[in-house]
Design a protein around this ligand. Structure first.
Ligand SMILES: *[C@@H]1O[C@H](CO)[C@@H](O)[C@H](O)[C@H]1NC(C)=O
Ligand SMILES: *[C@@H]1O[C@H](CO)[C@@H](O)[C@H](O)[C@H]1NC(C)=O
Ligand SMILES: *[C@@H]1O[C@H](CO)[C@@H](O)[C@H](O)[C@H]1NC(C)=O
Ligand SMILES: *[C@@H]1O[C@H](CO)[C@@H](O)[C@H](O)[C@H]1NC(C)=O
Length: 425
């Protein structure tokens, strides 16, 4: 796909639009939302964002069919910050006082979110996070921003947006907007131009101390104090200054909510994209589904994101044979370390839908179980506990594992071998 993008474009977003009739108002949970390709968005190399419409009649019926997605909704309750600037203020205040003012958050607000107990809905969201990889050559011109696609909006973006990619899906009634963020481009899944920046962000966000895995590692920040000691204040400062993706994400969200002020925005993503989706969801109180995402609780703490009274609006979906969300792709001899990644964090924010592929399917832990196509083709392709479901006994078997909370002793097990001190305040 990358080669299809003109030089001047290095950030690509696609917008899909709802194709279903008006939902029956009182029963949003039964509603099936359908999405199809409608706009292409991108950011030019001089940091302007570009939006272009694709006329629906330019798509063949089979293209329409292939790119039509259905999701079911359920009502979820979420707390929203009184404003983004109030959130940002609370964030900078909490650099000195570590508390989140209770008046920052609204009382719980009911909003339609994705029904994460519905396998087809998860499957659809997983496909949305990965639509581009599944494009066949005949659909490739959707991404070719040739002379037909002229700029219709321009507004400012960080010059470093070349690592942050995604799709935006919008329902026809514009009530639901789904922001889907792509994950890390890693060497074992094809690489790509965003690899370098992705890696820097991964190592900043998910390593215990600046990705100092071993003495020979070149670190991403200078906070290692020798003898297993790490300067926590220094790591936080590095994250605030160099972690470019979080501010790009909040910027994108702000711009989307400006464009669709009356809409519910959902944020979804795979891998690094899933972690970023969660950080954005924690910031705006918006529903999130993250697939196979490295654990982001440590990053969220280091970024001083004020925490809402509940984070149940965030759902992580991953399998136990993927060492990246499990936080087990660690140590100098691991695949991650060999590729230069320090994916050491273990604790997630929100609810976990954990597919025990190790225990129930005999998979062994391997980064090959990380890509989104494993989720699509091997995890969500059929009901979980299908054999039990087939018996038809009430209460036996589930199509999707039950959402659970992160383990209580998780924090204590994260980065256990490190001692954190606070020298830089
Ligand atoms: C970026 O834009 C400038 C001028 O618009 C152009 O000269 C340059 O080749 C572009 N760079 C890339 C990588 O497309
Ligand atoms: C969510 O989906 C599941 C599975 O399809 C269904 O059993 C459940 O009733 C749905 N929940 C709501 C609130 O609609
Ligand atoms: C885009 O701009 C070019 C050059 O200004 C023009 O020839 C073309 O017709 C425009 N295309 C659309 C779809 O407006
Ligand atoms: C997009 O985000 C930037 C940074 O937050 C902001 O300056 C700009 O006004 C936003 N544009 C829109 C249309 O919301």
């Amino acid at each position: 796909m990358i080669s299809l993008i003109p030089n001047a474009i290095h950030f690509l977003l696609t917008t899909f639009i709802l194709n279903s009739p008006q939902p029956p108002e009182p029963s949003p949970s039964q509603l099936g939302l359908q999405f199809q390709l409608r706009h292409v968005h991108g950011v030019s190399n001089d940091s302007r964002i570009l939006f272009s419409d694709i006329p629906p009649q330019s798509l063949t019926p089979s293209q329409l069919d292939q790119y039509t997605y259905t999701v079911k909704t359920r009502t979820i309750h979420t707390h929203r910050p009184s404003s983004f600037s109030a959130f940002t203020q609370a964030r900078s205040r909490s650099r000195s006082v570590s508390s989140s003012p209770s008046e920052l958050w609204s009382p719980p607000i009911p909003v339609p979110g994705p029904n994460t107990s519905d396998r087809e809905t998860l499957l659809t969201l997983a496909k949305m996070t990965n639509n581009a990889y599944y494009s066949d050559p005949s659909s490739s011109n959707w991404y070719d921003l040739g002379p037909d696609w002229n700029v219709s909006y321009t507004y400012g973006w960080e010059p470093d947006s070349d690592g942050f990619r995604g799709h935006v899906f919008v329902s026809q009634d514009t009530k639901t907007v789904v922001l889907s963020i792509k994950g890390t481009s890693v060497p074992w899944i094809g690489g790509g131009p965003t690899m370098k920046k992705d890696k820097l962000n991964d190592n900043l966000l998910f390593s215990c101390c600046c990705a100092r895995v071993g003495p020979t590692w070149s670190t991403v920040c200078g906070c290692y104090g020798g003898g297993g000691k790490c300067d926590e204040g220094c790591v936080e400062k590095a994250l605030a200054e160099d972690s470019l993706f979080y501010p790009i994400g909040t910027n994108l969200y702000n711009n989307l909510s400006y464009m669709y002020p009356e809409s519910n925005i959902w944020v979804i993503g795979h891998s690094l994209g899933g972690s970023l989706a969660s950080l954005i969801g924690q910031t705006f109180g918006t529903p999130v589904v993250a697939f196979e995402a490295p654990a982001e609780k440590m990053a969220s703490r280091r970024l001083h994101l004020p925490s809402a009274p509940s984070s149940d609006h965030i759902t992580h979906v991953f399998n136990t044979a993927d060492p990246i969300p499990m936080g087990t792709c660690t140590g100098v001899t691991s695949t991650c370390a060999n590729a230069g990644y320090a994916m050491e964090s273990r604790c997630h924010v929100g609810k976990l839908i954990r597919y025990d592929t190790v225990g129930k399917k005999g998979w062994s832990s391997n980064v090959r179980n990380h890509p989104i196509d494993v989720v699509i083709n091997n995890l969500l392709n059929e009901d979980w506990e299908k054999e039990d479901l087939d018996k038809g006994v009430e209460g036996l078997g589930r199509g999707v594992p039950e959402p659970v909370d992160e383990e209580e002793d998780c924090d204590a097990q994260e980065c256990m071998t490190w001692t954190y001190e606070n020298e830089t305040v």
